[in-house]
Design a protein around this ligand. Structure first.
Ligand code: TYD
Ligand code: MG
Length: 452
């Protein structure tokens, strides 16, 4: 064991103390101390040659052609921005049991098929358990190496010896370095292990995947700090109660963010969903009130989803507003807009909103969807099943255009829709001809008129 000095540092103000304190004497915050190695500088120095060079003029910087390893799993390549970048550090977060280990074992299989050596380091399962899982996934013998280890110093040696191109660490919370005395999973440990792996990735052009646990409130456990350190952060969305698994990139230095990949969990592992719109619209019943199809863009791809609303009279003094898959604040805001600008009074009604299929939508183009399903459910009038809609609504009841209108319309056309209700401004931006009936609106009142 290396005998190195450690200090406890307040994460709020940077105050240093030789032992752990419950309350920072400097800034007064509670429970903010985490253990760190005293000479951080010397522990990081020299690992990464490219950071030690002299300043260079931007046009003199030589650039190699960007190389990416395709994994062969198209949906996964898409969220990464086109494949695995050598020297990148990727964090994958998600609830327990959602499929993180399964996905990365499948990724290991498909990259090692292309001849790249892959090392899977597990601190959670024994290598026999991983072997069992691999049989379930019918993984063929290939260049995948398994290692059961939790100590950083131990597996760094193994990495140097084996020289793999892809390294998977399952999970970052089980790993520790001997330099710190705090327990695995503490902020200090997680950050130290991650930054060592970062140096290893950058200096040796190896791609490293870190699996991270997600706490109840949705953050990757403890270390929000990790999100700043790594190149790419991917999250498994949803709670695992649906068969579909959605992976979203929330940060990506090598590609677009908010890109999603859709998989289905089957008996023999995760299977890619090639046409997500079709899947999300499956089982839609026509001619019922409180349902509408919206065309949204997630990352670079258009996806059609069904949004449902149920409005019923409430016996509560403060009626309920519950939403799954959309931001509840957005719903409250739009319900207020609908009351004031559309003349539909919902102050005595409970409102429930759900996006079918378990997907979460964050872009503002869903506003028209929320307004129209709520109105449809309240009035008990169905929206014609061949109609899609998208657009943003403002507080004064105006409807605004959103980007990539053509892409959204094309997807709607592809799935057999014949009519689209959208902002007048969006229609003006269209260049080519679209084979859909376009209904332009400019206010919430217009929307209610054309739909009901
Ligand atoms: P896992 O990858 O172990 O989750 P995580 O690493 O995120 O905790 O996934 C475990 C779940 O997936 C478990 O509930 C069983 C299910 N599963 C399948 O349905 N099919 C499969 O082929 C595999 C390997 C797992
Ligand atoms: Mg796991």
């Amino acid at each position: 064991m290396v005998n190195q000095k450690t200090v406890f540092v307040c994460q709020e103000c940077g105050y240093k103390a030789p032992k752990w304190l419950g309350r920072c004497p400097d800034c007064g915050s509670w429970n903010s101390f985490s253990e760190e190695i005293a000479e951080i500088k010397s522990s990081n120095k020299g690992d990464n040659a490219s950071f030690l060079n002299m300043p260079q003029r931007i046009d003199h910087v030589s650039m190699q052609k960007e190389l990416r390893h395709k994994t062969g799993l198209k949906e996964f390549d898409r969220v990464l921005g086109g494949g695995i970048v050598p020297g990148s550090l990727v964090l994958i977060g998600g609830d327990p049991g959602i499929g993180k280990s399964t996905l990365l074992l499948q990724v290991a299989q498909s990259v090692s098929d292309t001849g790249l050596k892959t090392l899977y380091i597990s601190g959670e399962e024994s290598i026999q358990q991983i072997k069992m899982r691999s049989q379930r996934l019918s993984i063929k013998p290939s260049e995948i190496y398994l290692l059961g280890a939790t100590c950083l110093e131990h597996f760094i040696d193994a990495i140097k010896e084996l020289d793999p191109k892809i390294i998977i660490i399952d999970s970052i919370q089980t790993m520790f370095t001997e330099l710190l005395t705090s327990s695995p999973g503490s902020i200090g440990q997680v950050r130290e292990v991650a930054s060592k792996m970062m140096n290893m990735a950058k200096s040796s052009e190896r791609a490293v995947f870190l699996i991270g646990h997600v706490t109840k409130d949705g953050a990757i456990a403890g270390p929000k700090v990790l999100e700043h350190l790594v190149d790419t952060v991917l999250y498994f969305e949803g709670d695992g109660s649906h068969a579909y698994r959605i992976i979203r990139s929330v940060k990506n230095r090598y590609g677009p963010t908010n890109e999603i990949g859709v998989f289905e969990m089957k008996d023999n592992g995760l299977e890619e969903v090639v046409n997500p719109s079709k899947v999300f619209l499956e089982g839609r019943s026509n001619d019922v009130s409180g349902s509408v199809v919206i065309s949204c863009i997630e990352g670079s791809r258009p996806i059609l989803v069904e949004m449902q609303a149920l409005v019923c009279s409430s016996s509560l003094a403060m009626p309920r507003r519950t939403s799954i898959g959309v931001d509840p604040n957005r719903v409250s805001l739009l319900v207020a807009v609908l009351s004031r600008r559309g003349g539909i009074n919902l102050s005595n009604n409970d409102i429930f909103i759900n996006v079918a299929g378990g997907i979460k939508i964050i872009e503002p183009a869903i506003d028209l969807g929320i307004i129209s399903t709520v109105a449809s459910s309240f009035l008990n009038k169905p929206i014609p099943p061949d109609t899609v809609t998208f657009g943003e609504a403002g507080l004064s009841g105006e409807i605004r255009g959103v980007g990539q209108t053509e892409l959204r319309l094309k997807e709607a056309k592809k799935l057999g829709f014949s009519r689209c209700v959208l902002s007048k401004k969006s229609i003006k931006t269209l260049k080519g001809k679209v084979d859909l009936e376009l209904v332009g609106i400019s206010s919430v009142a217009d929307l209610l008129n054309v739909l009901f």
